[in-house]
Design a protein around this ligand. Structure first.
Ligand SMILES: [Zn+2]
Ligand SMILES: [Zn+2]
Length: 282
């Protein structure tokens, strides 16, 4: 599609001809599925999918998987950064087709088994177009009951040797990021993103910049700030986020430092129902 071809200009390490995949680091590929990114981590028979994209994306995800790993391939597991609809959209379908286990943080499980729903997204928040359309987001929870387990307590990640999960709450209670110490590669989910908030939906001309988590859906800004500090402190050299384009080296370091120093002005919206003193009753 034209959108994806356009994105070629932003790809610093593209190794795949199709142009739909961006290499973030060794054995880590980013696939942009409409407005959200998902990640293929691993190689040949041993890979996992991190996040499950938008609803009804099975064919697109499968196409990318086959490009990377060969025909009729399937992952060892689906690992979730958190349970928002744009990150779990195809989860139920993938689990059904592939019969694979799913892992998420224990605090995120209630949102993935139909026990709890996220607070309704905040369409009143400062942040432009995305906030305005957040009314359209599905409210229906997903049901992964029989297939989902908590991530191991020792910090390891099933199917991702060499990686650790880090609890990075704020955007959601059980939000996690994944870090590979050997080459300092970070998959940050929505703990921070690399696109301007109000350009999140513009797939073609996104301005690259380190930003706080998506505003329309972040209820706890204090926790979110601590999570960003935690991620900056591990000094990632490559970062793939839930939205935006992978970032590397000095640009990433500078962007994260700027976000840490100015979290309240850059990330926290000036108004909206989750911002203190601005509470707005439904
Ligand atoms: Zn999210
Ligand atoms: Zn997201």
């Amino acid at each position: 599609m034209e959108q994806n071809d356009k994105q070629d200009t932003y790809m610093p390490m593209t190794s795949i001809k199709s142009g739909k995949l961006t290499q973030v680091a060794e054995h880590v590929h980013c696939f942009t599925n409409q407005i959200v990114n998902l990640y293929f981590v691993g190689q040949a028979e041993n890979w996992v999918l991190v996040d499950a994209g938008m609803p009804k994306s099975y064919n697109k995800i499968m196409e990318q998987a086959e490009t990377l790993f060969g025909e009729n391939t399937k992952p060892k597991a689906l690992i979730l950064t958190h349970g928002h609809f744009d990150h779990v959209g195809t989860a139920e379908e993938l689990v059904e087709k592939w019969n694979i286990p799913v892992f998420a943080h224990p605090l995120e499980l209630p949102f993935l088994t139909g026990e709890e729903s996220y607070s309704y997204p905040d369409p009143s928040v400062e942040g432009g177009m995305v906030a305005k359309i957040s009314d359209l987001f599905p409210e229906e929870p997903i049901y992964l009951d029989g297939n989902i387990s908590p991530l191991p307590e020792d910090g390891t990640v099933p199917g991702m040797p060499g990686w650790k999960w880090l609890h990075t709450p704020g955007h959601t209670p059980g939000h996690v990021s994944f870090f590979r110490e050997s080459d300092k590669t970070l998959l940050a989910g929505d703990a921070f993103i690399t696109v301007k908030q109000d350009e999140l939906l513009k797939v073609v001309m996104q301005t690259k910049e380190v930003n706080g988590p998506p505003r329309y859906y972040t209820p706890d800004w204090d926790a979110s700030e601590i999570s960003v500090q935690k991620l900056a402190a591990i000094h990632p050299k490559a970062a793939g986020t839930g939205h935006g384009i992978p970032m590397f080296g000095d640009e990433l370091t500078a962007g994260l430092q700027k976000l840490v120093r100015n979290f309240k002005t850059i990330a926290v919206p000036d108004y909206g129902k989750y911002v203190e003193g601005q509470a707005k009753d439904e």
